[in-house]
Design a protein around this ligand. Structure first.
Ligand code: NFS
Length: 661
């Protein structure tokens, strides 16, 4: 019998096998040893007060089981779900807050280590926020933008600034169902209050609150983080880079940046090139310092600087196991504390850098944007000095795969018409004509409980084969990247005939790497722009678009799923449902939300079924929009896609597009 692989990535699997032979546990062995609690998995465990924990189980649990206080199973499951959404929103949004505070420091000239890299993006955001920008000093505009965005966190009344970027039809639904988020912090606090012992017990009301707090993530925290990061470090445009463990070099100091907040990583990109740092590395016997990324930080620096990535969530311990990592910086979110124990078996220095996230046994060097360069230099020096302590020479895996990443909203707009005619018209037309069947956002974590990365790869390839354009973020992008799926050549190899034609005309891969997990907000503005462009749905709901997080595990993923569902995009999550114990809660997430918002939240562990559900939504949306029925290889009439030559021919008198999105 063929051995079941723990990771679908052959390079990851080779390292896992090596670790097993050497009796070093990773998340893959721990996942096998530690089965999920059958009560908690489906949301039937209430730990909210200390009369319990109460387990709401039994043959008629839905109707009959109650906790000591009388809370029913639907109440408990909905309450647990809302807490996950609130925690996810808190994580993305606190990250966003730090980015805004950095922007404010830059504007106030409190730090000279960072500058505003993308003035055009600053103006675009200023325009959305009604901040005057013409003829004003850049730092003044930046200060006003940062201050307005900070207001979104603490606002008590009114609504978040970026909600107006959503189509009117979508906003009307939010208004009708009372889920317009006011301030980000207020919605998080209210969610925690509602789920306190003895407060909100109505599953529908609790789940509406899950949508509300999550909209504060998608159209608040995450969108703020994306925009401010672009302003500070540049709006991404496609870049070539490499992925997998072969990015580590035997003759260079390998320093990995792992986590989420990109400021330190940005500074490290600069510092590793400084002549005295390179000279110091040489003096220690290395050729230089090789920076590599891990998880979402990897996506941030890949799409802005072409820094290579070692992969996503389940690859983090495996990176240390290569024995080639001299230091790994970690900040917040998705960091396995197991890294510290594993690193002790090798020589790797794990360096925690956030005052919010410490791990016993790790070296702690706190990042402060006011002293960014000094701190980055200290970290690089530690990595260099550790190079000589490497015990392993030669690498277990040397594969790398080329990737193209960095498709921002702005670039996608640009690639469809050049600087002067940027628009979403060609994309809409290709969908209308049936060349592109629909769009799927493939997002979220990778997970050691399934052949890790495998569900992402399966879905990505099956979707593009069926002419579905895939936009990927976070560890979904990493899983595609380490499989070699993120190049334009993939279009020729695996994409369906219509999608291939579009990709070849524009010169893009059929899977567009949009960035980190907070950059799912780019998908929101892209579908909003498509709605505005016309010819498809006039709101986000009803578009032939679906979100899939096949290997999700983080609370942040729940928040993402909710903000997509609440905005009108049906989402399908893998694994067992965290509300599976309650039929009523599951029904609300799928049927009721679909009726109200045209988005729905499904949990489906079987990848074939995920694919079916997604295609079904896409085809139903096409039918409702009265678009040509999708048939592979048969297209309707449409405008000619503009290739590069056509774009160059466009007259230059027109005004550059500053757009509301
Ligand atoms: Ni997002 Fe999952 Fe984490 Fe990034 Fe990766 S695990 S929910 S993709 S690194 S946040």
């Amino acid at each position: 019998m063929e051995k079941v692989k723990k990771s679908a990535d052959r390079n990851s699997d080779a390292i896992i096998e090596w670790s097993e032979a050497h009796r070093i546990d990773t998340c893959f062995e721990r996942a096998q040893k530690l089965k999920p609690c059958p009560v908690g998995t489906g949301g039937a465990c209430c730990r909210i007060c200390h009369i319990g924990p109460c387990r709401l189980i039994g043959p008629n649990a839905e109707e009959e089981a109650v906790g000591v206080c009388g809370a029913s199973l639907p109440t408990v499951a909905a309450r647990n779900f809302l807490r996950m959404a609130a925690a996810g929103t808190a994580a993305h949004s606190d990250h966003a807050r730090d980015m805004v505070l950095t922007l404010l420091s830059v504007a106030n000239e409190e730090t000279r280590d960072f500058q505003i890299s993308d003035v055009k993006k600053l103006y675009r955001v200023a325009g959305i926020l009604n901040v005057e920008f013409e003829g004003r000093p850049v730092n003044d505009v930046a200060r006003d933008v940062a201050t307005k965005l900070l207001d979104d966190f603490g606002r008590q009344k009114g609504q978040l600034s970026f909600l107006k970027r959503a189509p009117e039809g979508t906003r009307k639904r939010w208004e009708k169902w009372g889920i317009i988020p006011r301030g980000i912090d207020r919605e998080i606090t209210e969610s925690l209050h509602r789920t306190n012992m003895g407060v909100d017990h109505d599953p529908d009301s609790l789940l509406l609150s899950a949508l509300k707090v999550s909209l504060a993530d998608g159209w608040g925290g995450s969108m703020i983080s994306t925009d401010v990061t672009d302003i500070l470090f540049g709006t991404p445009r496609p870049r070539r880079a490499e992925a997998s463990f072969g990015i580590f070099k035997e003759d260079e100091v390998n320093l990995v940046v792992h986590g989420h907040e990109p400021s330190l990583a940005e500074m490290l990109v600069d510092v590793v090139e400084e002549p005295d740092i390179v000279a110091y590395a040489r003096s220690k016997g290395a050729k230089g310092v090789n920076l590599g990324g891990m998880c979402c930080t990897a996506n941030e620096v890949l799409m802005r600087h072409g820094i290579p990535t070692a992969g996503g969530f389940t690859n983090q311990e495996l990176a240390v196991l290569t024995g080639l990592v001299d230091a790994m910086t970690v900040d917040v979110q998705c960091i396995m504390p197991a890294l510290v124990d594993i690193s002790k078996k090798f020589h790797t220095k794990v360096i925690t850098t956030s005052q919010k996230a410490k791990i016993p046994g790790a070296l702690h060097i706190e990042f402060d944007e006011h002293r960014a360069r000094e701190i980055a230099r200290r970290i690089v020096t530690i990595a260099i000095e550790n190079f000589a302590n490497r015990k392993i020479r030669g690498s277990l895996v040397s594969d790398t795969f080329p990737v193209v990443g960095g498709f921002s909203h702005e670039y996608i707009e640009y690639m469809q018409g050049g600087r002067w005619r940027a628009s979403f018209r060609p994309l809409n037309d290709a969908i209308i004509a049936g060349r592109i069947r629909g769009i799927v956002g493939l997002a979220g974590c990778d997970n050691p409980r399934v052949p890790a990365q495998g569900l992402h790869r399966f879905l990505a390839s099956e979707l593009v084969r069926r002419d579905v354009l895939v936009v990927s973020t976070g560890c979904g992008s990493a899983a595609c990247g380490t499989a070699g799926f993120l190049t334009p050549e993939t279009a020729i190899d695996i994409a369906g005939p219509g999608l291939r034609e579009v990709c070849e005309a524009i010169g893009i891969p059929p899977i567009l790497h949009l960035g980190a997990c907070v950059d799912n907000s780019r998908i929101l503005t892209i579908v909003s722009a498509m709605a505005e462009e016309g010819g498809l749905s006039a709101e986000i709901g009803g578009m032939p678009a679906v979100g899939i997080a096949p290997e999700w595990m983080s609370e942040k993923a729940v928040a993402i799923g909710c903000y997509f569902a609440g905005s009108g995009v049906p989402v399908i999550f893998g694994s067992e449902s965290p509300v599976g114990a309650s039929k009523e809660v599951s029904r609300i997430l799928t049927e009721v939300w679909l009726e109200r918002f045209l988005g729905a939240f499904h949990f489906e562990p079987d990848p074939e079924k995920m694919l079916d559900i997604a295609l079904n939504y896409i085809d139903r949306a096409r039918e409702t929009l009265k678009l040509k029925k999708y048939e592979p290889g048969k297209f309707g009439a449409e405008r000619v896609l503009m290739d590069m030559a056509a774009r160059r021919g466009i007259e230059k008198a027109a005004k550059p597009h500053l757009g509301i999105y």
